[in-house]
Write a protein that binds this ligand. Structure first.
Ligand code: NAD
Ligand code: GLY
Length: 365
C-alpha cells in the first residue's frame, strides 16, 4: 500500500492506494469520533462493491446506512443532491455522522457537495472506483452538481477526510472508462512531470492489461502531483488552473456532441492535443513534443480527431460558457514543454479559429 498526503494544515488528509485495503480501519482512523455513516453510491457500483464496503465499515464499529442514486452524468443534478440530503434527514444524521462516496467522479462530486451543505458541513471520505476518480476527482476537494445552464456550476471547495483508492475496483471498469481516466493521467504528465510522461510512453499500454504495478505507480504519481498543486493553491487563484489543461476545448466538445456522447476523459484527450497544437503554433513547444503528446493520447485509446461536423465557431461559442472565462476573455492553459504549463489570456478568437481550421485540414491529409 502507498500513502500520499494532501498537505493543508489542520485539514490535511491521507490518500491510501493499493490492493485489498481495509476500508473500516482507514475510515475509523480518519473519523475517530463518528458513529454513523451514510454510504452514497449508484445503481451500477452498489451491486458490485457496497456489500463488502459495508461489512468492513460495520466491523470497525460504524452504524451504516446507504443512499443509492441513479447512474450517469445526467443525474449529477440538484434532485440527486437533494436525495442525499433527504436520506440524511430521514436517518436523523447529526454532526456526529459522516458520508462515504463510493463510485466514480459523479458520485464523489455530488456526495462531497452534500457533505459541504448538510448542517453547514459534515465530514466525508472518498472511495473512488474509476481510474479518473482515483487520479483526479476524489482528491482536492472540488465538489459540484450540474445546472441545466452549465456543468459543475453549483459547488463548493470541501476537502475529504481521507481517500481510499482500492485498485481492485478497476478490474470491473469498462475499458472505455479506463481510457477516459488516462486522459487525466496524460494531462498530469504534460503539466508537471516530463519524466513521468516518458515513463507513460513506455508503460501506458499495460494499463489495459490491468498490470497492478503500473496502475499503482500511475495513481500514486498523479495523486502526489495533485496533492502538491492543491497544497499550494487550494482554491484556484493561480497554479491550480494548470489542472484544467485540455478542459476548455474538451468541455466544448462534450457540449457540442451532447453530454455523455463522449466521456469527459475522452473529450479531455482530444482537448490536450488541440491545446498542444495551439502551443506549437505559438512556438511554446516544438513539433516533436506535439507529436509525443498526440501519440501518447492515441495510444491511450483516446480520440485525436475533431469531429467533421464541428466548426471553429462552434468551439468559440461553447468555450464562452467555460468557468475560466473572465470578462469575455477565454483563458487557455497551454503546455510550455512536456512537464510544464501556463495560463494565457492573450489568445484571440481569430488565432483559435485559424488553428482549428488548420488542425481539421491536417487530419484530412
Ligand atoms: P462516472 O462517475 O460517471 O463513472 C463512470 C462509469 O463507470 C459510471 O457508469 C459508473 O457507474 C461506472 N463505474 C464506476 N466504478 C466502476 C467500477 N469499479 N466497475 C464498473 N463500473 C464502474 O465518471 P468518472 O469518469 O469517474 O467521473 C467523471 C465526473 O468527474 C464528471 O462529472 C466530472 O465533472 C467530474 N470530475 C471532477 C473533478 C474534481 O476535481 N472534482 C475532476 C475531474 C472530473
Ligand atoms: N480537476 C481540476 C481540479 O481539481 O482543479
Amino acid at each position: 500500500m502507498q500513502t500520499v498526503t494532501v498537505g493543508l494544515g489542520e485539514r490535511s488528509y491521507p490518500i491510501f492506494i493499493g490492493s485489498k485495503l481495509s476500508y473500516g480501519e482507514h475510515v475509523r482512523d480518519a473519523l475517530p469520533k463518528v458513529t454513523d455513516l451514510m454510504v452514497v453510491s449508484n445503481d451500477t457500483v452498489a451491486p458490485l462493491y457496497l456489500n463488502s464496503v459495508k461489512v468492513s465499515l460495520e466491523a470497525a464499529g460504524f452504524k451504516v446506512s446507504e443512499c443509492i442514486l441513479k447512474d450517469g452524468e445526467k443525474y449529477k443534478t440538484a434532485d440527486s443532491w437533494m436525495q442525499i440530503l433527504t436520506a440524511l434527514l430521514e436517518h436523523d444524521f447529526g454532526r456526529d455522522g459522516a458520508l462515504v462516496a463510493l463510485g466514480g467522479g459523479v458520485v464523489g462530486d455530488m456526495t462531497g457537495f452534500a457533505a459541504a451543505c448538510y448542517e453547514r458541513g459534515v465530514p466525508y471520505v472518498q472511495i473512488p472506483t474509476t481510474l479518473l476518480a482515483m487520479v483526479d476527482s476524489s482528491v482536492g476537494g472540488k465538489t459540484a452538481i450540474n445546472h441545466p445552464l452549465g456543468k459543475n456550476m453549483i459547488g463548493a471547495f470541501w476537502q475529504p477526510k481521507a481517500v481510499i483508492a482500492s485498485l481492485d475496483a478497476l478490474k470491473t471498469l469498462p475499458p472505455r472508462e479506463l481510457s477516459a481516466g488516462m486522459g487525466e493521467v496524460v494531462k498530469t504528465g504534460i503539466i508537471y512531470d516530463g519524466e513521468f510522461f516518458s515513463w507513460l510512453e513506455q508503460h501506458a499500454q499495460k494499463v489495459f492489461e490491468h498490470d497492478q504495478a503500473v496502475l499503482e505507480h500511475i495513481v500514486r504519481r498523479c495523486c502526489e502531483i495533485k496533492a502538491e498543486v492543491v497544497g499550494k493553491d487550494e482554491q484556484e487563484h493561480g497554479l491550480r488552473a494548470i489542472l484544467n489543461l485540455g478542459h476548455t476545448f474538451g468541455h466544448a466538445l462534450e457540449a457540442y456532441l451532447g453530454f455523455g456522447t463522449w466521456l469527459h476523459g475522452e473529450a479531455v484527450g482530444l482537448g490536450l492535443v488541440i491545446a498542444a497544437a495551439l502551443a506549437r503554433s505559438r512556438n511554446l513547444i516544438g513539433d516533436d513534443d506535439f507529436r509525443r503528446i498526440r501519440d501518447l493520447t492515441e495510444r491511450c485509446r483516446l480520440p485525436v480527431k475533431i469531429p467533421d461536423q464541428m466548426q471553429p465557431e462552434d468551439f468559440l461559442r461553447l468555450m464562452r460558457h467555460d468557468k475560466k472565462v473572465r470578462r469575455g476573455v477565454i483563458r487557455y492553459v497551454l503546455p510550455q514543454k512536456i512537464g510544464a504549463a501556463g495560463l494565457y489570456t492573450d489568445v484571440s478568437d481569430q488565432e483559435v479559429s485559424g488553428l482549428i481550421a488548420e488542425f481539421k485540414e491536417a487530419q484530412r491529409g
